[in-house]
Ligand binder design. Structure first.
Ligand code: NAD
Ligand code: IPM
Ligand code: MN
Length: 365
């Protein structure tokens, strides 16, 4: 039978709680599909700082590189917020993304019929939304140089960063986005700030020049401020969105709320080759950590993306997705997506119900 090595990075806050649920789900679908998983659990983020003094230990990166896929919970927390930059949990995550060269971050926002009422938007606005944010993940202002702190001629302290994109970085993320749109509804909206930023002017020029290779995809452009507005005005106008690292970070958190909760949104980060990195888009949620309140479904759905995009195990992925829908159909809700008349449960119980749904569901077609 097929055997895969998965590096698990539980991280901080609610990370370990949601990873435990996703691991159980992976284990159960594996047994049903005749797949074998070897899980390598490694320290990452604040947990790694406490244990080893760095946010991404060499052994963790090595394990990630040598595995078939990586599943991450979340990193960060108050305890490390005032650390120097190179000793922040977040720096470890950026090093991991850079180390795995996963430049393409797919963040799907789908409004499930079961959760229309959990959205803060009106039913008629949220219903049927199904969009994909393709976020550039290893470039832009997160990595651009020069960056740092200094002092100007008036003795005023400065903090500075650089938004920079090379043509090849734009081209490769644009290609992923065109291919993604082609497999979806054939509409691609490139989001930038080309009315102000040079990096965005180059972005728009490169994306536009690639369009002729994808005549079946309808390309449009939108400024990021308008895009933020349009996402809550009429999100159904969007199919696939492609954007830079920082705009993608912000717009995907915004898009998550259309679906009911940030606790629902998974992601896949992919490179040209090598293992993919799969993680919920939310953070370590220190405000609810350790209270068994976290919604584990974003991580469970990230495990489904791992199966589909990372391993090509489409049937196993469908089993997990179907089980999430079945669990919601049976009325189970964590606090973030709860409404009157439904069954309020904690993270663990939600996980157990997902397992029950996986167990009882007929094999995916
Ligand atoms: P956050 O996403 O952790 O939390 C924002 C809000 O959403 C909180 O009220 C939280 O309780 C809620 N929330 C998030 N995930 C949830 C879930 N699964 N179920 C229910 N509610 C959930 O963002 P933040 O508060 O801005 O950041 C907290 C820490 O997480 C920071 O240290 C930040 O750097 C880090 N962070 C890490 C990642 C990551 O690991 N990929 C992503 C974002 C933020
Ligand atoms: C995310 C997070 C990260 C990002 C942080 C924690 C570095 O917000 O995964 O969305 O900004 O990419
Ligand atoms: Mn984010």
């Amino acid at each position: 039978s097929k055997s895969y090595t998965i590096t698990l990075l539980p991280g901080d806050g609610i990370g370990p709680e949601v990873i435990s649920v996703a691991k159980n789900a992976l284990q159960l679908v594996a047994s049903l599909e005749g797949i074998k998983f070897k899980f390598n659990e490694m320290p990452m983020g604040g947990a790694a700082l406490d244990l080893t003094g760095v946010p991404l230990p060499e052994e963790t990166l090595l394990s990630a590189k040598q595995s078939d896929a990586v599943l991450l919970g979340a990193i960060g927390g108050y305890k490390w917020d005032n650390n120097e930059k190179h000793l922040k949990p977040e720096t470890g995550l950026l090093q991991l993304r850079e180390g795995l060269k996963v430049f393409a971050n797919l963040r799907p926002a789908t409004v499930l019929p079961q959760l229309v009422d959990a959205s803060t938007l009106k039913k008629e606005v949220a219903e049927g939304v199904d969009l994909m944010v393709v976020r550039e993940l290893t470039g832009g202002i997160y990595f651009g140089k020069p960056r740092g702190f200094s002092t100007n001629e008036n003795g005023d302290e400065l903090g500075f960063n650089t938004e920079v994109y090379a043509a090849h970085e734009i081209d490769r993320i644009a290609r992923v986005a065109f291919e993604t749109a082609r497999k979806r509804r054939g509409k691609l909206c490139s989001v930038d700030k080309a009315n102000v930023l040079e990096a965005s002017m180059l972005w728009r020029k490169r994306v536009t020049s690639l369009a002729s290779e994808y005549p079946d995809v309808e390309l449009s452009h939108m400024y990021v401020d308008n895009a933020a507005m349009q996402l809550v005005r009429n999100p159904k106008q969007f199919d696939t969105i492609v954007t830079n690292n920082i705009f993608g970070d912000i717009l995907s958190d915004e898009a998550s709320m259309i679906t009911g909760s940030i606790g629902m949104l998974p992601s896949a980060s992919l490179g040209e080759s090598g293992p993919g990195l799969f993680e919920p888009i939310h953070g370590s949620a220190p405000d609810i950590a350790g209270q068994d309140k976290a919604n584990p479904l974003a991580t469970v759905l990230s495990a489904a993306m791992l199966l589909k995009y990372g391993l090509g195990e489409e049937k196993a992925a469908l089993r997990i997705e179907a089980a999430v829908l079945d669990t919601l159909n049976r009325g189970f809700r964590t606090g973030d997506i709860h409404s009157a008349g439904l069954n309020l449960v904690g993270c663990k119980e939600m996980g157990e119900q997902v397992l029950k749904s996986i167990d009882s569901s007929v094999p995916a077609a």
